[in-house]
Design a protein around this ligand. Structure first.
Ligand code: HEC
Ligand code: HEC
Ligand code: HEC
Length: 149
């Protein structure tokens, strides 16, 4: 074999060996156990704390039945309790665990309802400067039944 080819093959072989060596150091042991990801990550994700409990747990089986029934029939039925009230898993498991009060600022409702050019036109939006006289939105709108009919 010509010397320059020999050199080229030697370098290639060294690169391959170096690659295999480095790979064996950096690839986590459980990689590939189930597929193209770390097998251990399944365990880790399973052990994450669950913070949300779902709207049904507030009403259907539990304590806030009245609010739940009103909410479930009205326009905010697609906005879950925990969207406004925050994660409630602990509170559902133990009612003595206090829940932070819901954010009742104008800006919070505005996250969804202030007029934005990027929002679908059919979505109910208001101009914050011209609507509701700077009062908190819940002064006039019941957050669980925001429309007046
Ligand atoms: C759009 C946001 C929003 C959603 C969705 C929402 N809430 Fe509320 N909730 C509020 C706000 C704001 C207050 C405080 C009202 C006030 O200050 O008049 C409140 C107050 C309450 C209160 C205490 C006062 C009261 O009226 O008895 C309870 C209990 C409650 N919510 C339960 C629920 C439950 C259960 C759900 C889901 C079925 C829910 N909320 C969904 C915003 C929301
Ligand atoms: C996470 C987004 C979100 C937040 C936060 C939110 N809303 Fe809504 N709101 C909605 C959706 C979704 C609807 C239903 C829209 C539809 O039917 O097309 C709605 C409907 C309404 C309607 C009925 C409007 C109509 O013409 O039908 C009013 C009024 C309203 N919300 C007021 C409020 C107030 C007051 C707050 C704060 C306490 C609030 N919203 C917070 C998403 C939100
Ligand atoms: C002083 C009372 C009052 C306050 C405060 C108030 N609203 Fe209203 N809102 C109304 C009335 C009355 C209507 C129905 C007539 C109208 O469209 O003006 C309405 C309508 C709406 C609608 C439906 C608009 C549409 O075109 O479908 C939305 C959304 C809404 N309000 C959200 C809010 C939000 C968000 C806040 C707080 C930033 C708020 N409102 C504060 C009285 C109020």
């Amino acid at each position: 074999m010509q010397p320059h080819l020999k050199r080229a093959f030697t370098i290639l072989a060294l690169i391959i060996i170096a690659f295999i060596f480095v790979r064996s150091l950096v690839v986590p042991e459980s990689f590939g156990q189930y597929g193209w990801y770390r097998g251990d990550s399944v365990k880790e994700i399973r052990n994450l704390t669950v913070n949300y409990r779902g709207s049904a747990s507030c009403g259907e089986e539990n304590c806030h039945e009245n609010i739940y029934t009103v909410w479930a029939k009205d326009r905010h039925k697609t906005v879950n309790c925990e969207t406004c009230h925050g994660p409630a898993q602990k509170h559902v498991l133990d009612a003595r665990e206090p829940l932070m009060p819901a954010n009742d600022s104008r800006d919070y409702c505005g996250k969804c309802h202030f007029k934005r050019i990027s929002r679908p036109e059919a979505f109910p939006q208001i101009d914050p400067g011209a609507h509701g006289e700077d009062l908190r939105c819940v002064y006039c709108h019941n957050p669980h039944k925001p429309w007046f009919d």
